[in-house]
Structures are given as C-alpha cells and as structure tokens.
Design a binder for this molecule. Structure first.
Ligand code: SF4
Ligand code: SF4
Length: 301
C-alpha cells in the first residue's frame, strides 16, 4: 500500500513537532491502516511440550512458561496477549540475553534489540546498581507506528509491534519517535569489516571479511532475510518477541538464555500463566509510564 503525500506530510509534522509520543488519537487512526495479519483458526498451533515430563509445582519456570506458551498458541492469535516481565532483583547484568538475541537474529554491529541498562541508585556510601534489560516495549499505544509514511510498522492482534522489511524505506521516523530508543537502523555493517583476510583454507570458515557465519540469513518473522541481497539492510529493526520462535513453540531467545531466570514471557489473557501471576505483584512498574504508551514489558523492582 503506498502512502499519499498528505499522509507523508502528516507523519513529518508529528516528528517536526518533536513529539516523542504521538497523540493517542493519531495512533489509533493509523493502527487501522495496518494489517494483513491472519487471524482466527489458521493462526492456531498445536505444540507438544515435553510429553514425558509431568507438570510439577517445583518445575523450572522455563518449563512452566513452555507449557503456558503451548496453551497460548493453541488459541487464535487475536486471543493471545503477549507480555514480558523482567525481574530486576534477579538480573545480574551479564548480557547473556543481549548476546543470545544477537546470535538468534543475526544482528550486525549497531543493531541491538535488547541492551541491558545499568542504573545506580542510593546515596554514598549506600549506593547500589541494578540492571534493566530493555527490549522493545511492544507498546499498546506505540508512537513509532503513526509516523511511518509507508505503513511498514504496525501492531499485530497479539500485541507485537512488527516491521515489514520489504515495505520499510529506512526513513528513520520510527527510530526518532520511540521514547525507549528501542529501534535501530541496519547500516549494513559486519562484525569483521576491516579484519584481515584468512591466511589458510582452515581459517576461511571463521576469519576474514568473507567468513560465512556473518552472512547467514536471519529468520525473523518466519522468513529468510539475506542482508547481502537487501532487506533488512537499511531498514529499521527492533525486538519482535522472537515471533519466529513462538510459531514453533520456543520461548524468546532472551528468556531461554537468561542465567538468572529473570525474564518471564507469556499470555496475559491466560489466568493460569506465570506472567498473569506476576503482573498482580505490587512491585511491578513500567518505564516512562507517564507518556501513555502502555508498554507490554513490565519490571519487578
Ligand atoms: S518501545 Fe517498541 S512499540 Fe514502543 S515506541 Fe519503541 S519501538 Fe515502538
Ligand atoms: S541474561 Fe538475564 S541476568 Fe543476564 S543481563 Fe539478561 S536478564 Fe539480566
């Protein structure tokens, strides 16, 4: 779908006004443009979860979340409400989630979906540090959506804000509009840019500017994206809760790699899910709540 000139100017006006958070009405209007997302029965997935392992109150939270995920995927997409909860009391700031995400999505230099932000608090000498992993918040009122002049980004019925790399023109409006700094542009860099060429045939698979591991296509959105041929090179990129993994019954990579079991994921529409239980805790916060973006990511502090 092409954008009209008027729509383009409207998007520019929002940025020009310096609005990091667009008006709720504008967001709602643009959300209506979005979707070719399938809904209903065709989005249902039947996933077996560890059939030989009996549910137990003592089971690892990863196994419990795996069961929660399977129940959610057995429903049509529009009945799922994905949320993520991060326990800052358990996060040790190791960045395993950041690295796991880079590996899963084949992220190049300059593109990061899940940085871990360090905060110091308290007064000397009683100063402490805590860590806030910061994926895309999958806002329910996402300021990044209405500013896109080509409707390349929208919020799916299950709540995940996605980017259509084929449609994105890389204008960067959404990157500017996001108050969480959760989007970055793929500038086409590679980790081994400038590295020496491999000296011997045995070094070829791992070293040098043409090492094949850097050119592996990413599986985001359950498609194959080869940056050597185009998208997502030049596009805006962001966390998508590993939708391609959810489709096959796997939790988001950051959840499975977290050494502190500090990241929880699941369907808030399921009263029996772990995330529903945690969301009721009195110590739950959301970042920049006053902006009215309604983030789907919450923190336990
Ligand atoms: S956090 Fe995510 S959904 Fe919210 S404005 Fe930023 S990119 Fe959009
Ligand atoms: S992997 Fe877990 S403990 Fe390590 S930084 Fe990420 S959230 Fe924190």
């Amino acid at each position: 779908m092409g954008a009209t000139r008027r729509e383009f100017l409207e998007a520019g006006a929002i940025i020009g006004a310096g609005a990091a958070v667009a008006a709720t009405a504008a967001v709602t209007a643009r959300l209506d443009h979005r979707t070719t997302d399938p809904v209903g029965e065709e989005t249902v997935r039947h996933i077996d979860v560890l059939p030989s392992v009996k549910p137990s109150p003592e089971e690892d939270v990863l196994i419990r979340m795996q069961r929660d995920l399977a129940r959610a995927m057995a429903k049509p997409m529009e009945q799922r409400r994905w949320v993520m909860i991060i326990d800052t009391r358990k996060c040790v700031g190791c960045h395993a989630c950041t690295v796991g995400c880079v590996a899963e999505n084949h992220l190049p230099p300059g593109v990061v979906y899940r940085p871990v932000v360090t905060e110091e608090y308290g007064e000397y000498p009683h100063v402490q540090m805590r860590f806030f992993p910061r994926p895309c918040m999958q806002c329910d009122v996402p300021p990044c959506v209405p500013v896109c002049p080509v409707h390349a980004t929208w919020k799916r019925p299950d709540g995940v804000v996605v980017v259509n790399y084929d449609r994105c023109i890389g204008c960067g409006y959404c990157i500017t509009a996001c108050p969480y700094n959760a989007r970055s542009r793929d500038l086409g860099e590679y980790w081994l840019d400038g590295a020496a060429e491999a000296d011997t045939p045995s070094e070829l698979p791992i070293l040098g500017q043409n090492a094949p591991w850097e050119k592996i296509a990413s599986n985001e959105y359950a498609k194959s994206w080869d940056r050597t041929k185009g998208s997502p090179l030049g596009n805006a990129r962001k966390c998508h809760f590993c939708l391609h993994r959810l489709e096959v019954g796997q939790l988001p990579m950051c959840v499975t790699t977290c050494i502190g079991r500090a990241t929880y994921f699941g369907d808030a529409n399921d009263p029996d899910s772990l995330v529903s239980e945690l969301m009721a805790a009195p110590n739950v916060i959301r970042l920049l709540e006053h902006l009215g973006t309604e983030p789907r990511v919450r923190y336990l502090i």
